[in-house]
Design a protein around this ligand. Structure first.
Ligand code: RNT
Ligand code: ZN
Length: 419
């Protein structure tokens, strides 16, 4: 384990190295504190929720693995999230799906859900210093099928419209209760295995459904709309594609969610940020890691993630970008998965905040492209990790790999006993 005194020593050396390129490490640490992640509740239980215990996951998303210790109840999920939180520096949010309501064993269909089903969550969040975000849930339901809000059958379509409207009301209540807007994400799986004879037909229906859903204006929640490339079993056509939601969001002032797993694998999500910032109000991120496809692997500190974080900082857009996580891995300790992904995301922002962007831009303006490239290369090996370690220390969470042992301990004492 790294001793505190070593962290201080390394930090001091790092601070001097950064001063040499015009970067103030203390300012970067202050800015880091302002960055909240929205932790996705669904990593703890493989996107099961507490509505239909035993029901299977549908909607073209898939969790693989059966590592022991999945959270089986609200209480277990809350314990696990708190455990994960204790290893993640800073203040964060929790992102709930509708199927995680506190239904008290009663059958509450999706078109019947109410704010009261989330009251205990609101209380718990307040007690534990979390703000809540929310999601409507279109998948894992008998009426999910291949089409929900884009369904030509009005009975099905109206059911989902009602559900989504109710979710907006719940989000409004959450936002009001916590004195901070609740970000509500709308993602539906609607699509088809083969290319439909009329692509526009379903998109028209979806547009109408969204218009109906968004007709009510709220003050304490913000709507986010998330696109996707394809789902399993719905490979050829996704009604809510990126172009669809980008167009809708730009035209109707909605926040576009960029899930980093929902694009062609060679597409740069970082490159989208500056365009979205020009034409939409804010951005919601679902930080994920696609391996060959939208596989939702645990987030790691990759070049893609670093590029994305850097772009947000370079655009000075921390106040307009919301950082949510979205992955689900059931092959390893699930709490460990939260911690790895959260800390990786934070490390990316830490590095981004330590970038001497002023100097890089000066080189650029002067046409000094060798100097710009050389500095970018040198930055890769500046001691950013010493600043990150200090951030962990300041926030009372384990420095470096020390959390591995702690998670093993929690596994031995708690999650391994869940059978
Ligand atoms: C699915 C979307 C969506 C979900 C969650 C559970 O591809 O990314 O955000 O992962 O709503
Ligand atoms: Zn997502």
């Amino acid at each position: 384990m790294i001793k505190d005194s070593l962290v201080y020593k390394a930090f001091e050396v790092a601070a001097e190295r950064y001063v040499a390129v015009g970067v103030d490490v203390n300012k970067a640490l202050e800015e880091m504190k302002q960055i909240s992640l929205s932790l996705h509740c669904w990593q703890a239980d493989d996107v099961s929720g507490f509505e239909n215990q035993g029901g299977s996951l549908t909607g073209g998303i898939q969790v693989t693995g059966n590592y022991p210790g999945r959270a089986r109840s609200i209480d277990e999920l809350r314990d696990d999230v708190l455990k994960a939180k204790s290893f993640i520096p800073g203040k964060h949010r929790l992102n709930l799906h509708e199927i995680y309501g506190d239904f008290q064993g009663k059958k509450v269909d999706r078109d019947e859900v109410e704010p009261q089903h989330f009251e205990s969550w609101m209380q718990w969040a307040k007690e534990n210093d979390f703000k809540l975000d929310f999601n409507s849930t279109s998948f894992s339901h008998p009426k999910s099928g291949d089409l929900t809000l884009a369904n030509p059958d009005d009975r099905i379509r109206n059911f989902w419209i009602e559900h989504t409207k109710r979710c907006r009301r719940i989000s409004e209540e959450m936002g009001k209760f916590q004195g901070d807007p609740c970000m509500m994400n709308l993602w539906i799986h609607d699509g088809s295995k083969e290319v439909p004879a009329s692509r526009i037909k379903y998109r028209r229906i979806l547009e109408q459904s969204l218009d109906e859903i968004f007709a009510t204006e709220y003050k304490n929640m913000k709507d986010c709309i998330e696109a996707k490339l394809f789902g399993i079993g719905l490979e050829s056509y996704t009604v809510g594609s990126y172009d669809f939601y980008l167009g809708y969001g730009a035209k109707k002032n909605k926040i576009v969610t960029l899930d980093t797993g929902h694009f062609h694998l060679t597409e740069s999500i970082a490159d989208k940020v500056s365009s979205l910032l020009l034409f939409t109000l804010e951005i919601m991120l679902h930080v994920s890691r696609p391996v060959r496809w939208d596989s939702d692997h645990v987030v790691i500190l990759s070049d893609d993630l670093l590029d994305l974080a850097r772009e947000i900082i370079r655009c000075d857009a921390l106040d307009r970008v919301h950082i949510g996580l979205d992955y689900f891995d059931a092959t390893i300790n699930r709490i460990g998965a939260y911690v790895i992904g959260s800390r990786a995301t934070q490390k990316a922002f830490m590095q981004a905040l330590l970038e001497p962007v002023g100097l890089l831009r000066q080189y650029e303006d002067e046409g000094k492209y060798f100097e710009r490239l050389a500095l970018q290369e040198e930055l890769k090996s500046l001691p950013w990790s010493a600043v990150w370690d200090m951030f962990c220390l300041q926030n009372d969470v384990p420095v470096g790999e020390a959390y591995i042992r702690e998670i093993e301990r929690y596994e031995q004492a708690v999650t391994s006993k869940r059978v």
